[in-house]
Ligand binder design. Structure first.
Ligand code: IPE
Ligand code: IPE
Ligand code: MG
Length: 230
């Protein structure tokens, strides 16, 4: 089934509350969140999704306790080590957005390996946002534009888009946020200009193909006008 959403961006939120609800430490929720990611990646292609971009760690998440940050970094490494081969077999191409150089070297190595390994794949594009912030992305883009001595008159929306981490990736059609929170939390600020927004009540660890399908069904009922009259 195709609902017309080529690019679905997900804010994977609510891991900590999911864990707390069962009296478990937050990291148990993050681990369950990793399992939810496995499920959603498997479900997305048959729902017509070509690009799935998931917010895994924001530039603001460094404010959390060091143990939690370390656990999240470890989980990324574990996910990439355990999943890349299988994703490669499923023709998934893996990409990353965010400022990589601040991440632990082992994370950077596994990220590079996953990108290289899946570079030739033509199936689902899985974009993982790691140490990503929409404002940080724009600041880094502006710096590179100035360094490259880009002529001011040549800067237009396409040029700015080409300097962002998401260069070559179409803008999200649909943003899904888990756990009932109604904010973007610095996710893809430029790219979401005309994205439809769907807030799911479920915590991220409770996400499955059914929840994704419900979000896509809601999306297919929306009228997107892009500032015109429809
Ligand atoms: C999302 O779950 C994962 C990350 C932000 C890394 P949270 O850790 O934000 O869980 P809550 O929102 O505190 O429940
Ligand atoms: C957004 O969730 C970031 C990720 C899901 C990685 P947060 O839990 O960090 O966002 P706030 O603090 O509730 O806005
Ligand atoms: Mg949260």
């Amino acid at each position: 089934m195709n609902y017309g959403a080529r690019h679905v961006a997900i804010i994977m939120d609510g891991n900590g509350r999911w864990a707390a609800a069962q009296g478990e430490p937050r990291v148990v929720g993050h681990r369950a969140g990793m399992e939810a990611l496995r499920r959603i990646v498997r479900a997305a292609p048959s729902l017509g999704v070509e690009y799935l971009s998931v917010y895994a760690f924001s530039t603001e998440n460094w404010k959390r306790p060091a143990e939690e940050v370390a656990a999240l970094m470890d989980l990324l490494v574990e996910y990439l080590r355990s999943e890349t081969d299988e994703l490669d077999r499923e023709h998934v191409r893996m990409l990353f957005i965010g400022e990589r150089t601040a991440l632990p070297p082992v994370c950077q190595e596994e990220m590079e390996r996953a990108v290289r390994r899946t570079a030739g794949n033509t199936g689902l594009k899985l974009v993982i946002a790691m140490n990503y912030g929409g404002r940080d992305e724009i600041v880094r883009a502006v710096r590179r534009m100035i360094k490259g001595e880009l002529d001011a008159g040549r800067v237009d929306e396409d040029v700015v888009g080409a300097y962002l981490d998401t260069a070559g990736i179409p803008d999200p059609d649909l943003v899904i946020r888990a756990s009932g929170e109604m904010r973007l939390s610095n996710y893809m600020l430029w790219q979401t200009a005309y994205a439809e927004i769907y807030v799911a009540p479920q915590y991220w660890p409770d996400f499955d193909g059914d929840v994704l399908r419900q979000a896509l069904e809601a999306f297919s009922q929306r009228e997107r006008r892009f500032g015109g009259l429809g």
